[in-house]
Every structure is written in structure tokens, then in C-alpha cells.
Design a protein around this ligand. Sequence first.
Ligand code: F6P
Length: 373
Amino acid sequence: MNSNNTIRRIAISTGGGDAPGLNAVIRALVVSALNHGWECYGIREGFNGVLFPERYPDGGIIRLNRDRVRGITHLGGTILGTTNKGNPLCYPLRMPDGSIREVDRTDEIVSYFAKHEIDALVAIGGDGSLTIAHALAKKGLRVVGVPKTIDNDLDKTNTTFGFDTAVSFATESIDRLHSTAESHQRVMVVEVMGRYAGWIALHSGISGGAHAILIPEIPFSIERIAAKIRERESQGRIYTIVVVAEGARPEDGHRAIVSQADVGQAERLGGIGEQLARTLCQMTGKDTRTVVLGHLLRGGSPTTFDRLAALRFGTAAVRALESGHSGVMVALHHPNVMYVPLEEVAGRMKAVPPDCDTVQTGRDLGICFGDET
Ligand code: F6P
């Protein structure tokens, strides 16, 4: 920060998995900051542009002017690129003997900001990126976070941008599966992302008229899902749609993973849909198919809700910096955008409360959650 505490130059980083609305936040930040007379820079791919500038022939950080952010509000992805590898708090460094050691590289980021006279950072990301942002703020960098993730698992905000787009796409996909499932008298298992939270499965499953919804917060019994399918059959309802969150797990088992966590990287979840489909086919004799929506949930244009949330978050982050805030995240506390301390967000996860009214809504509508009630 310069000597009189005023801001002249800010940098923006987008980290973790991409989410629809990232470009809208970037545009809002840049337009709003330029209107304050500030210069704006974008860091390439999380913090890689700072830590590995040599990888980028056009520079690890790029100047963002009006032309660079024109017409990007509706575009998916991020013009800065992103990464969910190489967390600078525990960066995997290969030692001469071939072993891997975790090193904290956040001091390098703080020095870079000082050297290039960048007065503040706006970190747009999920839990991982905001934990890094929190660490940087504790080291004296002026930082504001913006909550992003399709998973909606960040605490202290009503919602994150990206979630509404993911849920809308998942709902439309479930809508489309009803007719083909009915025509073929099948069980369709739809696996959705969400990591350790069931928000996407819950919201899209209820809205799309699923008959069973399985989420990480409510461990399931496969017998109960099979019973639900048989019960429907006995009532002449010849097809069933099961929506399963990638992080859901049986009462007596583990969640399905694609690969273990590596240094600086999270474990990859996936495969529960196919496991479930195979077992349900054996138990009920029904023809069963699996649809994995996967990264389709992260692509495409943000919905109106996500665009507006992103634009509100971006301009609010500039207002936060202007009024001297640091170490905070902009958050939606309907109907307002507020600032909450990063320490109340970092490292915490917002899970679906099993007794929340949305779960109860599903139960009242006869949806099976795979548990006893
Ligand atoms: O956090 C967003 C998310 O899409 C999760 O829902 C999912 O588990 C993960 O990222 C997938 O990450 P990757 O892009 O590395 O496959």
C-alpha cells in the first residue's frame, strides 16, 4: 500500500474451479475501479502469473482496461484463466532426492505486490482461494474476497455466484430425462457435482421432480432407494429418477473418489452414480442408466441471477477497498451485499442442514433421501 493509504493500483485473481459469472465480476471490478481512477491488473491462472511469470510470454499479470473487459458479462469461464493446483500455502516442491515437500510461497506474493506498487488484491474464489486470501491479508496485504463456486458451500453468504447457473442446467437436464426414462421404463441416475455439499443435488432434484435425492449430509441406504423404486412400480409408476451428489455416501460405506488428494490439490470425487446404477439394477431388475453432468455444470453463460450477483459483488469489492476494508469477503445477505471477515469464511464449509425446510419440502413431496424418515 502506498504511504497515504490511498489506492492507485489493484490486482485481480481468479482461483479454483471456474464458475459462470467470473467474467462478470472481473468486468464490474475493472469498470468500477477505473471510474475511481485506479489502474487494474489481472493475475494469470490463480497466482501462477506471480509465482511463474516465465510461463506467460505476454506477462504473468496483464493490464485490464475497458477494452479488455468489454462484452464479457455473459461469457462463461474467466479471461484470466484459473487453476486448482499448486496452492501457494502448501506448494509442492520436488526435492533433489525426488521427494515432495510443501512450502509456503505467500511471502513471494506479498513482495511482488510491494515491488510492483500494487495496493490491493481482489481474490475471486471458493474456500481454497479465500483461505489463501486470508493468509495474505494476515501478512499485511490489503485484500477483499469475492465468493465463487457452483457448489454453494461457502459460509456467511446466502449464495455464491455460479450456483444458480449450475442448478438451472441440472434442473433442465433432469426435466429432459423424465420422458426418456418413462418411455423405456428405466431408472435414471443423475450424478451432479458439489464436492462435500449437496446443494446442487437438493435444489435441482426437487425442482426437476426427482424421486430420490442423495446428498453427502444424509448418508443413504441403497435398500431404501430400491424400496422406493419397487413402491413406485406397485403404483404403476414405471420409471424413477435418482439424483445423487458426487460426495454422497452409503450409511455403511465411503464416498466414491476418482483420485486421492495430492500435495496442494484436493481429492477428485466421482463414480457414485455408476456404482448406484449397477446395484439398483441388480436389486430391482430394472433397466438402469447413469448420466454424469460433471463439468457441464460449470460451463455456459451465467443466469441473470448469477450475472447480477457477480456484478454486485464486483462493484461492492471496489467500494469495500475504497472505504478502507481489508481481510473481508463481500457476501450476499439478502437483500444487501455486506462485508464479512475472511477469518469467518476460510476453512469452513456450508453444508446442507438435514433439517432445513428445503429437505423437508422434498420429504413432504414424497422424495426419498435414502434415510429412515
Ligand atoms: O468446486 C467446484 C467443482 O466443480 C466441484 O463440484 C468438483 O468436485 C470439482 O470442482 C471438480 O474439479 P476439477 O475441475 O478439478 O475436476
